[in-house]
Design a protein. Structure first.
Length: 129
């Protein structure tokens, strides 16, 4: 017969199966509340269809997309980068307890190169949408 020990006594222990279930339940709760991780600034990449090389200006780009995530200067000209990344954990992936973790991830990147004040070129990368 198992001895019953009062809760205020530090010598009690939980059943190993029960403690594993509690840890799994708490992990699922943390993942569901922890939700989404983002980086960069969300922007409407569909507006890129309006960009015309040799015609569109920096001010028009600012109006369409707002301030860029970063700017760089090279011998080709000035390049603006717009970036947005989002990661959402799967609630069904409770395998995080054993080191396996999976998340939905989406990435949008756009590089716009200017010569002077006019768009010279632009590149778009989109993954996971």
């Amino acid at each position: 017969m198992k001895k019953v020990v009062p809760v205020n006594n530090a010598r009690y222990s939980l059943n190993p199966v029960l403690s594993t279930l509690i840890i799994a339940f708490l992990s699922v709760m943390v993942l569901s509340v922890g939700g989404c991780v983002t980086a960069g600034k969300n922007f409407d990449i569909s507006r890129a269809a309006a960009i015309q090389k040799g015609v569109t200006t920096k001010n028009e780009i600012l109006t369409m997309f707002g301030k860029p995530y970063s700017k760089s200067q090279s011998s080709v000209g000035e390049t603006w980068m717009y970036q947005y990344m989002e990661m959402r954990p799967h609630l069904s992936d409770v395998f995080a307890l054993v080191g396996i973790y999976h998340a939905n991830q989406s990435l949008q990147m756009m590089f716009i190169t200017f010569q002077g004040d006019i768009v010279q070129d632009y590149n778009i990368t989109e993954q996971g949408k």
